[in-house]
Design a protein around this ligand. Structure first.
Ligand code: SAH
Length: 408
């Protein structure tokens, strides 16, 4: 039940697709764009469940209606059976099983108490994000449908994880495209008393779930941080766009000789330094610089500085497909600057979290950067989402993060 007493899963309308527009849905792609719709029967409101039919009237499944978004319907089910609370619970149960098996195995020596528990479309619950940080789960509803599923998701997560606190960070920009207001605050348990503590592979991090980026931490980079940790011994590391020090702490844990961390955000740098100290790393091994990474990289080069590993994990440069080429230049420029700072046998960890830049294109950029920097490289590994960010094979858009480990 929703707060106003409505049952969320009753059918409130029928969305009939244009001829030929059913193919993607039959392949279980979860989005229906407004242009694919022939007509809407009934008067479904924001987030309401609608039945989706092809041009001949055959039922394809059910989804949630988003009247303000170009993505007019986000699919829940892909057959004629109805959806209800138990249906949502089974999706959540399946998502939690995966995280428990692959990430949150607390018997494992390298303890991890943080993970993305629900990753929207890829876990079959479009727009619903739930991240776990120790005793606190953080919910982010990114679509009108997610908003409608909120109550059943919250009660199920609390029941199945026994989490002490649940917090909401439904304040992402993407909500404005869905006509939804920004909302945050405690949903369950005690109020926040400052930062929330969690572990990632035995390392301690404090997370600002109230004001940090996304829900507070970049959980998607867990496996790449481990890759850096594995090869960090004895290296001088430069961590660009360091945020709260995820890669920095991983490098120090791997035995890096020194780490220089750069970000434009003072609160992020302060929390990064706090996290390094929390893990017992001596002050003189880590330096924190506030500045624009493009300029800092140039300045370090002009000063003749050299590193044995450089991390480039910038924010999203291309929010839309039409920004792709401009973004590509920025990624390439960063990589050129990073490569020029590397000593022989140095390693570059380079990333893009722009959905509009796919793997093949990113690799092309890396190739051009290597050529222009005069630093021929070899690809050591393709990098990407940590295992708690699965990507449904029918939903390639879910793979926003891609990276490369290059050796010069
Ligand atoms: N690597 C981090 C996540 C990086 S998020 C981790 O693993 O946790 C991107 C970061 O880039 C943010 O902290 C943001 O403050 C910073 N940022 C954005 N533009 C920047 C710029 N031009 N120069 C330096 N930092 C920038």
């Amino acid at each position: 039940m929703t707060k106003n007493g409505d049952v969320w899963h009753l059918d409130r309308g029928v969305v009939c697709l244009k001829a030929g527009k059913d193919k993607a849905i039959r392949r279980r792609h979860p989005w229906i764009f407004s242009g694919a719709i022939a007509r809407v029967e009934g008067d479904p409101g924001s987030g309401d469940v609608v039945v989706v039919k092809d041009a001949f009237g055959a039922v394809l499944g059910r989804g949630c209606f988003s009247p303000s978004s170009q993505i007019r319907v986000r699919m829940l089910s892909f057959d004629a059976s109805s959806v209800d609370d138990d249906w949502v619970r089974s999706r959540i149960e399946r998502a939690l099983r995966l995280r428990r098996a692959l990430v949150l195995d607390l018997r494992h020596l390298q303890q991890t108490t943080s993970a993305r528990l629900l990753f929207g479309e890829s876990d079959g619950l479009p727009g619903v994000i739930v991240d776990l940080y120790g005793d606190t789960a953080v919910l982010q509803c990114q679509s009108a449908g997610a908003e409608r599923l909120r109550d059943i998701v919250v009660s199920t997560i609390i029941e199945m994880t026994k989490v002490r606190r649940m917090y909401e960070r439904s304040d992402a920009d993407i909500r404005t495209l869905e006509g939804l207001p920004s909302r945050k605050g405690v949903l369950h348990g005690p109020g926040l008393e400052g930062l929330v503590s969690m572990k990632e592979r035995g390392l301690d991090f404090d997370v600002d779930v109230d004001a940090g980026h996304k829900t507070g931490f970049y959980l998607d980079q867990r496996d790449s941080r481990q890759q850096l940790r594995d090869v960090a011994r004895g290296r001088r590391v430069l961590n660009c766009f360091c945020y709260t020090g995820g890669f920095t702490v991983a490098a120090l844990a791997g035995g890096a000789r020194s780490v220089v961390s750069v970000d434009s955000s003072q609160p992020a740098l302060e929390l990064g330094q706090h996290n390094a100290l929390k893990n017992g790393f001596a002050d003189e091994t880590h330096e924190w610089l506030r500045g624009d990474c493009f300029e800092v990289l140039r300045g370090l080069h002009d000063d003749g500085e050299r590193f044995d590993a450089v991390v480039l994990d910038p924010p999203k440069f291309a929010a839309k497909a039409e920004h792709r080429d401009r973004a590509a230049r920025a990624y390439k420029d960063l990589m050129i600057r990073g490569l020029r700072l590397l000593d022989d046998d140095g390693l570059l960890f380079t990333f893009s979290c722009s959905g509009a830049v796919d793997r093949a294109f990113f690799r092309l950029m890396a190739g051009q950067a290597a050529f222009e920097a005069g630093r021929p490289c070899r690809v050591i590994a393709e990098l990407g989402h940590a295992k708690c960010h699965p990507v449904a094979v029918s939903f390639p858009e879910g793979e926003y993060l891609k990276g490369l480990l290059l050796a010069v």
